[in-house]
Write a protein that binds this ligand. Sequence first.
Ligand code: GTP
Ligand code: MG
Length: 683
Amino acid sequence: MMPVEEAQDELKHLLSRCERWLCDEDGARDLLDDAAGLAGDAARIEALRTRVLSSMLNVALLGRQSSGKSFLISGLQGGLEYIPITDEDGMPSAEFLGVLPSSARPTTACPCTVIPVGDEPAGTGEGRAMLRARFAGGRVEDIGTDLPPAVVSAYGAVDGDITNRRREHINLRVESIEVLLSDARLPVKLFDLPGSESPIEEHEIIMREAWAKADCFIYVSHATSALTANELQLIRDLYAHHMQSNANKKVLWVLSGIDLATQREQGQAAWKSVLATNNAYLRTHFGGPGGQFIGEGFLPVSAAWEAEGEFKKAQGEDGETLGRLSGMETLREHLRDLMESGAGHAHLRQVADEARWLMRRRQRQLADMLDTHQLAVEDLEVQMGSLRSRIAGAENSLEHIRTELGRELQRRIRSARGPFGGLAELLHQQLDPLIDRGNLSAEHANEVDVLQVQLFSRWMTSPDGPATLWERELRAFDTSARQLLRADLGVDTGSQLVAPEPLDTSYFPMQTDGRQPLTAYGVVQAAANTLGVASPLAAGAVWLTTSLSLATIAVPAGAAVLAAIAIAKVTDLLKDRETQVQRARQERKDMIDEHVRQARSAFERVTQSQGRLLIDAVEQHHAQHQARLKSTLAQIMDRINAEDTVRSRAVIDRLTPVNQTGQALVTELQDLRDALGNDHTGR
Ligand SMILES: Nc1nc2c(ncn2[C@@H]2O[C@H](COP(=O)(O)OP(=O)(O)OP(=O)(O)O)[C@@H](O)[C@H]2O)c(=O)[nH]1
Ligand SMILES: [Mg+2]
């Protein structure tokens, strides 16, 4: 595959040319009656160019409160400043100023995304970091650029003083914030999520979305204390998510704040013992087959050291050593590797697909127009008659196609979900003995959960598993849809006006705008994005399990789960241990049945949504074809009324070169897209 940076560069230039073409460099706009639409397309291409510069990788940060997530994000993007101060007692000290608020108390109040915007200024001014807030109810506002920390905190931190907000925002609830950062050190979008304890419902939706969108995770744990059972639940959710995304999203484990744990204990720096303990902890609880989840284990870093090193360098002192010891560049290298190994290509592919879709739509319009003007005067009447009957025919057939596909979809879903009948039994067989072997302490409960996740994932994707079956059904469904369209609209004979095009599902012009709650429909799209499958229709099982894990296990919404955990805690306290343990075990076994029910209905939801997407794509394709027929008919009528061959000649002369450039751009986008590999490679 083409190296990611080279592809990025090429795509960037190609998009600039597309933008110029759409901005009507050659002055053919007066021939199209959709100037506003053209400008809109040009703006979308510009937005795509920003995306090429920025979000090559989506990374979600997880960890307990005050583990150092926000601090690390500021550091990773070069947005952490070291400021030496002497406090009132004369004690030399230092303060760190980050693009995100961080403090020793619970800080991050709502999900926050840090988005690089290339080397252009972040806001309207010259500033580097622009704060944007999204309020409950969907209102989005740009707050300002390079704001004082107190103002950023007023919007995004638990302990922020809301009187530092703009007056009209004081009584609004902030749902999430975005920081648009120019000159970021990595073209990576970072999701800072509040601790998993966050009780606000809207947050949970945003968090789910962030999990779904993430290409990988950074799990942050503070170097001053080792992992404990308190974190088991979050890590287990992460494990479930990892296992059930077939692409096995990578988790980078980060031990943050090593500068705060340098005192020697048992012959080595304290953070080294914590590191060893943490790695052992992960191996004990999640060290199952493969070991991909743990990877290389914890990476020691100190964003503080790096910032201090930078400060020293600016003072002309030696800052290299601190910079190296900080481990920050090693962490960045890992992220860059992930970009190189597929995620970056996948993002570029999506951008290229969307751009090609937009360009093709415009260019086809020009080509249709050219064809119309090239018709000989004596052919006009015949073509008019033929177009009229094609329009009438297509109008009648749409309803038929819709019904056919709807029926077929239900049949295919039924067939794919067949195996669910046997799932409960399979799980009980393997899990019940394990449940009976312990008292459902946090560790034991975790062991049961981990095995359940392993069994479920393996079962889903086994040769007879629902994910595999669905993948097959979906492919067949796609074939049927294409056949129906072909039978209805005909095929390209090479000589017909408004030649029918094959259904293009590489890009689907219906993205959630992030404001609606993540419905199953949205999950389908988000999960497809995650895996770099440019279109939710392009792959089945690969992402299907991801969506399922979201719906069921990764974010355990079921009260049953919480109840079981509560019971496990109570169990320890009660004297009458035996019967309590029995009851807890029974509850856990019942939970299996509940999980099976949830998984089955999630499967149903996701497959319905995915099937609907395909039907929508067919309808949209149909509508577009119809629009082309109608606009061509209108142009023919114009010509019949005017019969001005001189004008047609002029139109042909002007449009031909513009159309050729457009065609060339579409081809180049396609070639670049092909050079970026297939949906499934590179992961
Ligand atoms: N010296 C030093 N302090 C750090 C480092 N990482 C984090 N801290 C401090 O640890 C505290 C917690 O960091 P935050 O970034 O707020 O932690 P968080 O995980 O975002 O916490 P919440 O937002 O509350 O979930 C802050 O006081 C940071 O200054 C580090 O590498 N070195
Ligand atoms: Mg934070």
